[in-house]
Write a protein that binds this ligand. Structure first.
Ligand code: NAP
Length: 210
């Protein structure tokens, strides 16, 4: 497939870009600083610019079938997740692109969740310490819910390296405490093919904590 990745130089995005290319996909990768790109591959097109620029988004998304959004900001920055997702969805509609896969935090709680006490306490803690970010992530979900695009929003615990591969998935509670960039990448690329979680918010984690 021809896929566009936003956030490809980040923690989750680097592993995703590498794995997507290894699996034979054509990747359009958005970067703000081309010096950060360490991968060379004939199937990789690097688009330089800012995700909030309409022209940059157009160049990035041209000819792509799927948009993968792993954009991230420092926790204390003015949160722009919902603004960016809205922009991307609007552009997707104009360009006739249907499929969107994004990531968010595991503290995002929706109707139907059955979070354990520990995870509910964790989500409460995040809402106290990172209130504006959590509110903005909630708004991002509301925007996706109203969208007519074919979307999946993946809920992540802490991202850290693991020696164990394989993932666990749940639609109601976080199955583990952390997830590796490689497992995020593998899950996203599986989802690309299977569309198992269209219009849903799966929680994922590594198979077992090391
Ligand atoms: N890391 C975690 O433990 C964790 C846990 C749960 C959920 N998440 C979620 O996962 C997502 C990705 O997190 P991450 O830790 O991988 O993020 P990250 O390492 O901070 O990477 C952020 C990415 O977004 C790009 N970016 C930021 N502003 C941009 C802009 N204006 N235009 C274009 N690109 C821009 C960065 O590009 P530059 O390289 O140019 O800065 C980088 O590629 C976020 O939604 C985050 O909330 C992360």
């Amino acid at each position: 497939m021809k896929i566009a990745i936003i956030g490809g130089t980040g923690t989750a995005g680097k592993a995703l870009t590498r794995m997507a290319l290894d699996q034979g996909h054509h990747v359009h990768m958005l970067v703000r600083d081309p010096k950060k790109v360490s991968i060379t591959d004939s199937s990789l097109k690097v688009v330089t610019g800012d995700a909030f620029s309409e022209d940059t988004l157009f160049d990035l998304m041209s000819e792509c079938e799927v948009i993968i959004n792993v954009f991230g900001q420092p926790n204390r920055a003015k949160p722009l997740y919902s603004t960016l997702t809205k922009k991307i969805l609007r552009k997707m509609t104009h360009m006739g692109i249907k499929r969107y896969i994004g990531v968010t935090g595991g503290s995002l709680t929706i109707l139907g969740d059955r979070k354990s006490l520990v995870n509910r306490i964790g989500a409460f803690g995040f809402s106290i310490f990172y209130g504006p970010m959590i509110k903005d992530k909630q708004l991002e979900y509301e925007i996706l819910k109203e969208s007519d695009r074919d979307w999946t929003l993946i809920r992540l615990p802490f991202v850290r390296d693991h020696s164990v591969t394989g993932y666990e998935v749940s639609l109601t509670d976080m199955p583990g405490l952390s997830v590796s960039p490689e497992v995020i990448a593998a899950f996203i690329l599986d989802e690309l093919e299977s569309k198992r979680f269209s219009q849903q918010l799966p929680f994922i984690s590594n198979g077992s904590v090391t």
